[in-house]
Design a protein around this ligand. Structure first.
Ligand SMILES: [Zn+2]
Length: 385
């Protein structure tokens, strides 16, 4: 199957905006706003603090009822240091594939929504569709939070959300949550020959990191397990450590970053509490030397997990639109948990493969784009009278 020319043209247009998360996405957003305005559709923009980025929210159809949100992020990951065969911000068609940064993750989904919008508007609409396009997803699902805050306080908000992250058009109804933290350990410097007069921040950090590792082993060996997730248990991992300056100095500071990727039903604050309680147990020994030593915890990011029930309406709907009779769970994070927390149950279902996301020579097959068109056209029929 090959996609419509207007869809391909829209993908090309969107890829050409370099919306790497560190840049503004406003050019793309203004383009989309103007495009929708030409169709008679008004957009609402929700800006970040310094007005350099925005979420876009627009309703296709009547705005006096709830409807279904189609959600996608407009930002992409950097191409820095990656070897691309062609210019990453110019979509190139080659061998049934379309190459370019964001083709899979996830501008093609947004492009299909936009390219088909005129067709949807021609019908007699019973259930409205809402376009919810966010920024800063790739740096911790940051942008969409202000949009969801605004929506969730409204009387009329979408009753469900379809997030078009690349799943090869499979219906994904759950993924893990992720909580990541930085721990800054303050010790006391001294000559290493007089180590008893100092508090070794690197060693204190090492003990806490070792406890994190013991938690990781416990979850691996004792569960709880969800066999549909991979791996089927909560993982704990320390990814960065920095501390000490020289071997003959007892180090006064050490900083490390760690994360929990937890089963959707796990309470991440309980995981954090366990490690903080463990660290608190080290304090008496540290404070005996200096009360100014200790641990400082800084949250880096939190992406809630989500688990929409198999029999939830939006899962049933997505299954009927794709023709699938099964659902899947994935190991990457999305904005789905945030929509769910805002009272909008979500599924993830979009064209392309996560295997291609974030890589050099990212591509999407034209067949996937066409499958996504088919999915949306079926959704339109569901939403028309
Ligand atoms: Zn994505």
């Amino acid at each position: 199957m090959s996609p419509r020319p207007e869809t391909l043209a829209m993908i090309e247009r969107l890829i050409a905006f370099d919306t790497t998360s560190r840049h503004s996405n406003l050019e793309l957003i203004e383009y989309v706003r103007n495009y929708l305005a030409d169709l008679g559709v008004e957009s609402e923009l929700v800006y970040n603090e310094d007005q350099s980025k925005a979420n876009l929210y627009a309703t296709l159809g009547p705005d006096d009822r709830r409807g279904i949100a189609l959600s996608g992020h407009t930002d992409v990951v950097p191409v820095d240091g990656q070897k691309w065969t062609s210019e990453p911000f110019e979509a190139r068609k080659r061998n049934g594939r379309l190459y370019g940064r964001g083709t899979s993750d996830m501008k093609s989904f947004i492009a299909v929504c936009l390219a088909l919008a005129p067709e949807f508007l021609k019908g007699s609409i019973r259930i409205p569709l809402h376009l919810a396009f966010s920024y800063d997803e790739e740096v911790g699902c940051l942008g969409v939070r202000s949009l969801i805050d605004r929506l969730s306080s409204r009387e009329i908000k979408p009753e469900a959300c379809i997030i078009g992250e690349p799943t090869m058009m499979k219906v994904v109804r759950a993924h893990k949550g992720k909580l990541s933290y930085r721990c800054e350990v303050s010790g006391l410097e001294s000559h290493s020959g007089m180590a008893h007069l100092g508090v070794n921040a690197v060693e204190a950090a090492a003990e806490v990191i070792a406890h994190l590792k013991s938690m990781a082993r416990r979850f691996r060996d004792n569960g709880p397990y969800d066999p549909e997730l991979s791996p089927p248990y909560t993982t704990v991992h320390t990814g960065v450590v920095q501390g000490g300056t020289q071997l003959n100095i007892v180090p006064k500071s050490c900083v490390f970053d760690f994360e929990f990727r937890h089963l959707p039903e796990d309470d991440p604050t309980a995981l954090l509490r366990e490690i903080q309680d463990f660290a608190a147990g080290l304090l008496p020994e540290m404070h005996a030397v200096s009360v100014r030593t200790g641990f400082h915890w800084v949250r880096l990011s939190h992406i809630p997990g989500f688990d929409t029930g198999e029999d939830a309406e939006v899962v049933q709907l997505a299954k009927s639109l794709t023709g699938a009779n099964t659902t899947a769970k994935v190991s990457f994070g999305t904005e789905a948990g945030l929509f769910e927390q805002g009272g909008m149950p979500a599924v993830v279902c979009g064209p392309g493969s996560i295997e291609q996301a974030h890589k050099p020579d990212e591509f999407i097959t034209l067949d996937q784009v066409a499958q996504c068109e088919k999915f949306l056209l079926r959704l339109f029929r569901h939403c028309w009278k």
